[in-house]
Design a protein around this ligand. Structure first.
Ligand SMILES: Cc1cc2nc3c(=O)[nH]c(=O)nc-3n(C[C@H](O)[C@H](O)[C@H](O)COP(=O)(O)OP(=O)(O)OC[C@H]3O[C@@H](n4cnc5c(N)ncnc54)[C@H](O)[C@@H]3O)c2cc1C
Length: 374
């Protein structure tokens, strides 16, 4: 039968378990399900298997070490299936992004996982007893959905005025591609130090600005303190006078604003003290939640109760538009704040975004008994 594009029926699929995201989390769960003989499983990904790792800067490697200690009953720290070891497969202790993506693909192939790439999930709704999943090219009906989309593709690149003038660390494919000799890095955890150390290793000089002093933290949680690998690299740089002079670490400096002026960038801290950067600042301030289109499927009981109460009692629920834009909870830009054009998103029903003009307009004809600010 011949279909024109217009009348071609939309493809639809029914699956028991849909996993969104073919990174280590999605593939690890798919592998575990396969081993538990749950076979009606489909993994979909907007991009390709291990896309986050394939998009890492060329020089970046896993911080956690790999070692094939499986025969002693100890799992390789970086494995997604306890029976496998990236160290054994790749013959390296700290795989780079491409190597690790190769390991992920090998596990997926070996387990014959059903994966469709090029499928971008844009919304999920619960209807009757199933999830209806809308994507760019196929409608999927699933009994269970596992959301494993990570955070790498949700960089915090619009969280303060002028943040978009900087280059987010996740968008660098090779540190040696950056032109210039002097760099400014905002953020003092793993991504920031990784950027700074790579640039110094390339003979550049770097000023790194950090809230607090993460390099002194001895927090027992390895996700809240620097890794031993990073300390080793930092020590190597600091012990040589010609590399140590190229790295300046500024502690307790919270960059709140960036401005561009005639090809220079000016970074302002919490006290409005400026620092000049001759190259585009590098923003290594991490990532937003990757929950995106499924945020509304989670119950947030306090918010839900407030929303219900607000509807019953005619209360106005307004979120500060600038704070909401900063936190990814609104559609709009900093320039639009105060204009009424910023729209709240991902918040409980009935919440609007605005600033004083919107607040006064909303309350003008109906003055409130009480104003509660949280
Ligand atoms: C600088 C840095 C260093 C790190 N070092 C280490 C380390 O040494 N050791 C360690 O264990 N971890 C490390 N991590 C963390 C590690 O990369 C993440 O924890 C891991 O990638 C998370 O796996 P994931 O499967 O949840 O997400 P990801 O690997 O990000 O996979 C998510 C997948 O979902 C897809 N996707 C996203 N949105 C959609 C959508 N709407 N529809 C369909 N598909 C979608 C993406 O294309 C992607 O392929 C590091 C991270 C960074 C940024």
């Amino acid at each position: 039968m011949y279909f024109t594009n217009k009348d071609k029926p939309e493809e639809s699929l029914e699956v028991g378990v849909l996993i969104v995201g073919a990174g280590p989390a999605g593939l690890g769960v798919a592998t575990a399900l396969k081993q538990a003989e749950v076979n009606d499983v489909l993994v979909v990904d907007t991009r390709e298997i291990g896309a986050s790792f394939l998009n890492w800067p060329r020089q970046m490697t896993l911080l956690s070490p790999s070692f094939h200690s499986n025969s002693f009953g100890l799992t390789d720290l970086n494995s997604i299936d306890p029976a496998t070891s990236p160290a054994d497969f790749l013959r390296t202790q700290h795989p780079d992004g491409k190597q690790y993506a190769k390991y992920l693909k090998a596990v997926a192939d070996y387990n014959e996982l059903t994966i469709r790439t090029g499928v971008h999930v844009s919304s999920i709704n619960r209807e009757d007893n199933q999830f209806v999943v809308t994507t760019n090219n196929v409608k999927i009906f699933a009994e269970i959905v596992i959301w494993a989309t990570g955070q790498f593709f949700s960089p915090r690149d619009n969280t303060f005025p002028g943040a978009d003038l900087a280059l987010h660390s996740s968008k660098v494919s090779d540190w040696s591609d950056l032109e210039g000799d002097e760099f400014s890095v905002v953020g003092g955890y793993e991504s920031g130090l990784d950027a700074a150390l790579n640039l110094v290793e390339l003979g550049k000089s770097v000023s790194l600005y950090s809230r607090g002093e993460p390099w002194l933290s001895d927090h027992p949680d390895p996700s809240r303190a620097l890794s031993p690998r990073t300390y080793d690299r930092l020590r190597d740089i600091m012990k040589l006078s010609d590399t140590s002079k190229n790295l300046a670490l500024f502690k307790n400096t919270d960059i709140r604003r960036i401005e561009e002026n005639k090809g220079w960038w000016i970074l302002f801290d919490q006290d409005d003290i400026p620092s000049v950067s001759r190259t585009r600042p590098i923003l290594a301030n991490g990532f937003l939640s990757g929950l995106g289109p499924i945020h509304k499927l989670f119950k947030h009981s306090i918010g839900e109760r407030l929303s219900k109460l607000a509807q019953e009692r005619g209360m106005l629920l307004m979120v500060c538009d600038q704070c909401a834009v900063r936190r990814g909870l609104a559609e709009g830009t900093f320039e639009q704040c105060g204009s009424g054009d910023v729209k709240a998103k991902g918040l409980v029903e009935g919440v609007v975004a605005g600033c004083f003009p919107q607040l006064y307009t909303a309350l003008g004809s109906n003055p409130p008994d009480q104003v509660i600010t949280l």
